[in-house]
Design a protein around this ligand. Structure first.
Ligand code: PEP
Length: 249
């Protein structure tokens, strides 16, 4: 059985006091849910976030990590550093990392392997750009992103993978994929994984949708059979909105 997951990606937002305040509010308002709830604050506030959420089921996750164990990588963070402060899930491949920080499929494949080697859980993000969709290349692009970064993994690694399909044209734009577009792509992703591995792996991996999920559209999107939750940007920065999205699952 695959898990339902709602994760908030806070990106480069919220200082320490704001992080603690939002987490305290979220923990207090968290609805009763079977879904896993995760938040990804900025690196400098991760340890404080873990401490603030000590007695909550909300999991703190990281937005990124480097593939090297340690060494001369100024400004970077290793898997061990995350594990050391109690974080064992990491987002890899967010479209903003790909677009602004030059993260290629090859780099992402290394990051995924490095995280898995440390027994971390990986939330792997991917999705097509607007031009890809307009030119009807979106399935091809998504297939190649998955193949390049994930399809050399062992079958046994897939228990530690969560997928987040995030069409780039829907991230932070207010544009959302329709529930039908999300379902169509999620079903395609499962078919692609079935072909590369098998149906059991495809059916057991959680596939989240990301891209302008809001309280107003979450019920419809999460209602689709192959959508197992969401990766939420903007709306996760407002406790009541994030809570409403969690309720929608
Ligand atoms: C994201 O950045 O992962 C995201 C989905 O952002 P937003 O919800 O703001 O579109």
């Amino acid at each position: 059985m695959r898990s339902k997951i709602v994760a908030g990606n806070w990106k480069m937002n919220k200082n320490l006091a704001e992080t603690e305040a939002l987490l305290t509010e979220l923990a207090a308002k968290l609805p009763d849910t079977q879904a896993e709830v995760m938040v990804a604050p900025t690196f400098v506030n991760l340890a404080a976030a873990v401490h603030t959420l000590d007695s909550s089921v909300i999991e703190v996750i990281a937005q990124n990590m480097h593939f090297a164990e340690s060494g001369a990588y100024t400004g970077e963070i290793s898997a061990d550093m995350l594990l050391n402060i109690g974080i064992d899930t990491v987002i890899i491949g967010h479209s903003e990392r790909r677009a602004y920080f030059g993260e290629t499929d090859e780099i992402l494949a290394k990051k995924v392997k490095a995280a898995l080697a440390k027994n971390m859980r990986v939330m792997f993000c991917f999705g097509e750009e607007l031009d890809d969709r307009k030119s009807d290349n979106h399935f091809k692009v998504v297939e190649s992103q998955l193949k390049n970064a994930l399809f050399s993994l062992e079958a046994s690694d897939w228990g530690k993978i969560v997928l987040a399909y995030e069409p780039v044209w829907a991230i932070g734009t207010g544009e959302t994929a329709s529930p039908e577009q999300a379902q169509e792509m999620h079903a395609f992703i499962r078919k692609t994984i079935t072909e590369a591995y098998d149906a059991s792996i495809a059916n057991n991996v959680s596939i989240l949708y990301g891209g302008s999920v809001k309280p107003a559209n979450a019920v419809e999107i999460f209602g689709k059979p192959d959508v197992d939750g969401g990766l939420i940007g903007g709306a996760s920065l407002v406790a009541d909105d994030f809570v409403a999205i969690i309720k929608a699952i």
